[in-house]
Write a protein that binds this ligand. Structure first.
Ligand SMILES: C[S@@+](CC[C@H](N)C(=O)[O-])C[C@H]1O[C@@H](n2cnc3c(N)ncnc32)[C@H](O)[C@@H]1O
Length: 294
């Protein structure tokens, strides 16, 4: 089992975590956000946290709370992620709803993997156009990494404003020509199976709960098996990689292994985490990566 954490992300730092919160730096600004997995004690004192932070998310029971500014901080700003062997990806960040800021930094390990795999496909045949599908794509880190490596990219999310945000990140990163879809992920995938579409790369990072644009319900435990069965049918038989990532307190990586097991190819399962400067490792979900011919 692999335990993965971004190795070089100068614009991001997990300073400390504990007491159900995390203290993080995004570029020049430091935020305190709720973190249900941080069930242990923080290493620094709460006074030290408040001294450092520019902003704190005060949550109610559904994480629908509000941002409280403690020091001057703009409503939006920019950070960068340098792909290890590739270009720099740029992201707009903002104090958004549900404690979000527009990036899940732990996902950077998947961006590296995607960039590496697409680059390998391109190196084997420089005229090839690997097809890459990003489902539940949010602000597009994975889409940018695939595009930067030269793939034809489809980016799908249910929320129009989120897709507009992702498009802005593409432009900030100096990239063009990602195909944007505002759709229900399950409906799209089933249609693609009927059409006989094939992809060399797919990532899906579904939430625990969600909705399609027409209120189609998504519930991880109820829908993930059907989703994975369909998505596996979309993979190019000869050469492909697929990443399934989930962040749910009740999901073990062995569940991912059982969902993704196939006869041929290689399956690696693991856990994502962020290393705190003070204190330990913050777990941030489980994943499986299956690849064949790559
Ligand atoms: C956990 S985020 C994905 C994070 C992303 N992998 C990243 O690292 O940036 C989940 C996303 O799924 C989208 N979503 C939820 N339900 C959906 C559905 N039924 N169809 C398509 N997208 C959906 C949400 O709008 C949200 O942007």
């Amino acid at each position: 089992m692999d335990l993965l954490c971004p190795k070089h992300f100068p614009d991001y730092e997990l300073i400390d975590c504990g007491n159900f919160e995390k203290l993080e730096r995004f570029g020049k600004y430091i935020a305190i956000r709720p973190e249900p997995q941080a069930v242990w004690d923080r290493s620094l004192t709460s006074v030290q946290w408040e001294d450092k932070a520019h902003v704190r998310f005060i949550s109610n029971a559904n994480y629908e709370g509000t941002w409280k500014k403690l020091k001057p901080i703009p409503d939006s700003w920019q950070i960068s992620y340098p792909l290890p062997n590739g270009p720099v990806l740029n992201f707009k960040l903002a104090l958004a709803s549900f404690k979000h800021v527009g990036i899940f930094p732990e996902q950077a390990v998947h961006w590296d993997y995607i960039y590496d795999k697409i680059s390998k496909l391109k190196a084997a045949d420089k005229d090839s156009k690997p097809k890459f599908l990003n489902l539940f794509a949010y602000t597009g880190g994975a889409s940018l990494a695939a595009k930067a490596a030269g793939a034809d990219v489809i980016h799908l999310d249910a929320i129009r404003q989120i897709v507009t945000w992702a498009k802005g990140n593409m432009e900030l990163s100096g990239l063009t020509d990602i195909r944007w879809l505002i759709e229900d992920a399950m409906k799209f995938v089933k249609r693609e199976v009927k059409r006989g579409a094939k992809y060399q790369g797919i990532i899906l990072d579904p939430p625990a709960y969600g909705h399609g644009p027409n209120k189609e319900q998504w519930k991880l435990e109820d829908n993930i098996n059907e989703m994975v069965k369909n998505v596996l049918k979309l993979l190019d038989e000869r050469q492909h990689f697929i990443i399934l990532n989930t962040y749910s307190l009740s999901f073990s990586s062995l569940i991912i292994e059982n969902l993704m097991r196939r006869e041929k190819g290689e399956l690696r399962i693991g856990e994502l985490y962020l290393q705190a400067n003070e204190g330990g490792k913050l777990p941030l979900g489980v994943f499986g990566r299956h690849s064949r011919g790559l």
